[in-house]
Ligand binder design. Structure first.
Ligand SMILES: *Cc1c(COP(=O)(O)O)cnc(C)c1O
Length: 462
């Protein structure tokens, strides 16, 4: 049994240490991320000793937690411009804490009536924002990759209803731009289509679907004796943060009876910002949409929604029955819609952020991050040596400095510890890539980065 007093003390330690950690991160205490090799980290944290001897108490725990946080990555740091992972807001963090103790894993309604109800209501809200309204269906999954797999499973069930029982026909094709997230190609392989069934769509120099070339693509697929199972558009693309023309693609798909899947893992949250909603114009034409909360809705990962325009499509995705679990009422139990059996209380994280900040607050966060990225582009363009291949549409920006090795430049920047960037290839050319996730990132951060990059590049002849 829990010693409840011990729990209260340990929880207090957790709150103290996390508060200091986030406060320090927001103020820019370096380094942004720990880079020690695993052996040294294990040593510093005393992992082998704790595993062997146990016996952790409040004081040992405090020391451990402090070191654990210090050796990790600081998402709330203004210089954290790396991966598309949220700097979680605290209401969502509280939800994780609640889940950790209450553990209502939501496979079926009776495992957690409140958790399941919260999930359903959050989904209803998301369906409304996507324009799927009353007819739509949804489910929360552990992340966008699983969400893409689930959406494509629904698409497969629509194209080949017997695939679940009889196996996958060999003529299905998935049409997607090369800029689509790798999880889509992976899903095609997992679903039994095979990677070769993924037909690349013609795109412009920045990887955006060329809508005028869609008829040719469809013709190519049909000539090759294949049937399109689904066509994928990015909202937005992972590497560039640019949105495909959803209305153009959606109208084409509707006219030709092709399942239209929108990967909004990162960018669907722009639906909450009145100034940016136009980027998703046409999303209501999609047959399926995925939307990550742990990117731009500021929850911890992973938490994603699969949304379909027709609820029945999602119920058709999985055709299985298990006598020990599947006896509840359809509509109450969402287990029939997920790869997962047990699930974390994903809805609660999204709900508490909504409840605390309001839809408007979340929308303002998105707007602010998108504006900060745009501001970086404005500033970088004015500086000699910086090249920006496009005007950013989201909080993701790609750029180059000089003609040297951009990967090496990124490495030196990361080593210094004040900034963390990623990199991506555009048209085969390596670029530095930043994603503005932390609310602490401001103009001062951007200017400091723009000052630092030329110094580092010059010093090493890059
Ligand atoms: C991040 C991302 C994914 C994958 O989502 P995870 O939650 O990391 O599994 C899929 N598609 C796009 C466009 C993404 O940006």
């Amino acid at each position: 049994m829990w010693n409840v007093e011990e729990f209260v003390r340990a929880a207090g330690v957790t709150v103290d240490e996390l508060a200091a950690y986030v406060d320090g991160s927001q103020r820019g205490v370096p380094p942004v991320l720990g880079r020690r090799p695993p052996r040294e980290v294990a040593e510093r944290l005393g992992l082998a000793r704790w595993i062997r001897d146990g016996g952790m108490t409040e004081e040992g725990y405090r020391e451990f937690l402090r070191a654990y946080l210090a050796e990790g990555t600081r998402q709330h740091h203004p210089g954290y411009l790396g991966h598309q992972i949220a700097a979680p807001d605290f209401p969502a963090a509280l939800a994780d804490f609640v889940h950790g103790a209450a553990n209502n894993p939501m496979a079926i309604y009776e495992m957690g009536a409140s958790a399941a109800t919260v999930e359903s209501e959050v989904l209803r809200w998301m369906l409304g924002r996507a324009g799927f309204g009353e007819t739509g269906g949804g489910v929360l999954t552990h992340g966008g990759s699983l969400a893409n797999l689930t959406a494509l499973l629904a698409a497969r069930a629509a194209a080949a209803p017997d695939a679940w029982t009889d196996g996958v026909p060999g003529d299905l094709a998935l049409l997607a731009p090369a800029s689509a997230h790798y999880s889509l190609t992976r899903a095609a392989a997992v679903l039994g289509l095979g990677e070769r069934a993924v037909v690349p769509l013609d795109a412009d120099g920045l990887g955006r679907i060329d809508v005028t070339r869609l008829p040719d693509a469809l013709e190519r697929v049909r000539r090759a004796g294949r049937r399109p199972m689904a066509l994928v558009a990015n909202a937005c693309a992972t590497a560039t943060g640019l949105y495909d023309d959803l209305r153009g693609v959606g109208e084409f798909c509707a006219a030709h009876g092709v399942w239209f899947h929108v990967d909004g893992a990162h960018g669907a949250s722009a639906l909450l910002s009145p100034a940016h909603r136009h980027l998703l114009d046409g999303v209501e034409l999609a047959d399926s949409l995925i939307w990550d909360a742990h990117k731009m809705l500021r929850t911890s990962g992973p938490a994603a929604a699969v949304l379909t325009r027709r609820e029945g499509d999602l119920d058709a995705a999985f055709r299985q029955r298990a006598s020990y679990l599947f006896y509840g009422e359809p509509g109450l139990d969402l287990i029939g819609r997920t790869v997962e059996c047990s699930k974390a209380e994903l809805g609660l994280k999204i709900f508490l952020n909504l409840a605390w900040r309001g839809e408007r607050g979340l929308g303002e966060y998105v707007a602010r991050q998108y504006a900060t990225a745009h501001r970086f582009w404005e500033l970088a363009r004015e500086r000699p040596g910086f090249a920006c291949p496009y005007e950013p549409e989201s909080n993701i920006v790609c750029f180059r400095y000089g003609d040297g090795d951009q990967a090496a430049l990124r490495e030196r920047l990361t080593e210094e510890g004040a900034f963390h960037l990623t990199s991506a290839e555009i048209g085969g050319v390596r670029h530095l890539r930043m994603t503005v996730m932390a609310p602490a990132t401001d103009d001062g951060t951007l200017k400091a980065l723009l000052d630092r990059i030329p110094d580092l590049a010059d010093r090493s002849g890059g």
